[in-house]
Every structure is written in structure tokens, then in C-alpha cells.
Design a protein around this ligand. Structure first.
Ligand SMILES: [Zn+2]
Length: 62
């Protein structure tokens, strides 16, 4: 279940892929960070959690 969906460039095929973001509140403070929890590329590419974190930067749209 994602809080927000954005379309990002797929790092594997270069097409637009849907990225589902989940808002995570850090335990230590009020900071809220967005994590790319879901990834759905129409071409069927599959990314690991590490690859998602490296490929997608929420600061481009937050
Ligand atoms: Zn792809």
C-alpha cells in the first residue's frame, strides 16, 4: 500500500515506471522520509530494494 505514486525513469530499460512511495517517520525525530516501496515497470523489470533506493530520489518531487 503506497502513500504516493510517481512515474520515474526505469534504470533498467529507460521507460517510465510506476514507483510507489511510503512515508516513513524516523523514530528519532519528526523527520519524514519517503521510501520507494513498490516498483512496477511495464516492461517487467525487477529491482531490488537497494536498487530502488539508489535509482529513485524523492527530493525531485517532494
Ligand atoms: Zn523497465
Amino acid at each position: 500500500m503506497s502513500d504516493q505514486i510517481t512515474w520515474e525513469k526505469c534504470p533498467q530499460c529507460g521507460d517510465s515506471a510506476a514507483v510507489g512511495w511510503v512515508k516513513v517517520r524516523e523514530i528519532t525525530g519528526p523527520t519524514v522520509v519517503w521510501m520507494p516501496a513498490e516498483f512496477d515497470c511495464p516492461a517487467g523489470c525487477d529491482l531490488t530494494q537497494e536498487e530502488r533506493l539508489a535509482a529513485f530520489d524523492p527530493s525531485s518531487w517532494v
